[in-house]
Design a protein around this ligand. Structure first.
Ligand code: COA
Length: 158
């Protein structure tokens, strides 16, 4: 049985992330979306809020679970008994950093391999920071995040 981790900050989750979640959930038997407690970023949403949003938006997938983690991704993968890490590649600029991470993770934990999915073209420009910036400047973010997330962002901004 295959079990994979899709890690990220998801601050907030976007249509781009949901695209990767939906497609990878079809490939593996079990998918854990690992929500990172990232001390290097200043998040808009608490870890609990990010987990809650993801749980709501993935409730129709029977094989997807949302769990927060801190520390090393490979330790989290080991704890979850997952041997696959899923990452989305948006553009060639993502590749070098992703390659470094995949190789480092594989050296630290031989049983863990990273698979890459190309992000759908219509989301290849997207990032959570861009969504937040557009929202702060009162722009329309309905093409980037679901209505449920728009409401949560509006609550933060107002
Ligand atoms: N669609 C839309 N946006 C996407 C996307 C997609 N498919 N994939 C990534 N993004 C965006 C994210 O929203 C994020 O935007 P932001 O920087 O504005 O918040 C940006 O691209 C970067 O995303 P990502 O590379 O996933 O960074 P992250 O901080 O969300 O997650 C981890 C990085 C969790 C994979 C990595 O930091 C990690 O593994 N940390 C654990 C510590 C560790 O083990 N370190 C050693 C690694 S070798």
């Amino acid at each position: 049985m295959s079990k994979a981790i899709y890690p990220g900050s998801f601050d907030p989750v976007t249509f781009g992330h949901l695209d990767i979640i939906g497609r990878s959930a079809k490939i593996v038997d079990e998918l854990v979306v690992g929500v990172l407690v990232n001390s290097t970023k200043q998040p808009m949403f608490t870890i609990e809020e990010r987990v809650e949003m993801l749980k709501h938006l993935t409730k129709d997938y029977s094989n997807v679970e949302i769990i927060s983690f801190d520390g090393l991704l490979v330790d989290f993968a080991r704890e979850e008994k997952a041997d696959i890490i899923v990452r989305g590649l948006r553009a060639v600029t993502d590749f070098e950093y992703e390659l470094q991470m995949a190789q480092t993770n594989h050296i630290m934990e031989k049983c863990v391999d990273t698979i890459f999915l190309t992000t759908s073209l219509k989301y290849s420009y997207l990032s959570s920071s861009i969504v937040k910036e557009v929202a702060w400047l009162h722009g329309d973010i309905s093409q980037f995040v679901p209505a449920f997330v728009i409401d949560k962002i509006q609550e933060k901004i107002s």
